[in-house]
Ligand binder design. Structure first.
Ligand code: FES
Length: 124
């Protein structure tokens, strides 16, 4: 069902965990399955200097979260906002159609974190 790249990210997810001194925190949940994701950003000179995630979800959601963190690390917030669910799925070599919604968690949590930061909401 999953290609090798997805399996590899699921088995060795990048940037898992929590950033205690995060500048921005976002979350997202899937109405379809109830899975959730929390994303932490640390910013430096207007760029994403560090990023970590906690995802309670399926293999596709965890692989998507891992891939998203790799895609946006080092980007400005505006650049990071350009990254879509489809970009994440494409970078993973494609997700099975029934699992496309799982890739939404990662981009949604990122967009939520950036919106919270821009609205001045406290991280935590
Ligand atoms: Fe819930 Fe994939 S089945 S995120």
């Amino acid at each position: 069902m999953y290609n090798d790249k997805i399996v590899e990210h699921f088995n060795n997810p990048r940037n898992v965990g929590e950033l205690k001194d995060a500048d921005a925190v976002g979350d997202a949940g899937s109405f379809k399955c109830g899975d959730t994701m929390k994303l932490y950003l640390k910013l430096k000179d207007g760029r994403i200097d560090d990023i970590k995630f906690q995802t309670f979800g399926c293999a596709a959601a965890i692989a998507s979260s891992s891939m998203l963190t790799e895609l946006v690390k080092g980007k400005t917030l505006d650049e990071a906002l350009q990254v879509t669910n489809q970009d994440v799925a494409d970078e993973l070599g494609g997700l099975p159609p029934l699992k496309m919604h799982c890739s939404n968690l990662a981009a949604d949590a990122l967009h939520n974190a950036i919106a919270n930061y821009r609205e001045g909401k406290q991280a935590g």
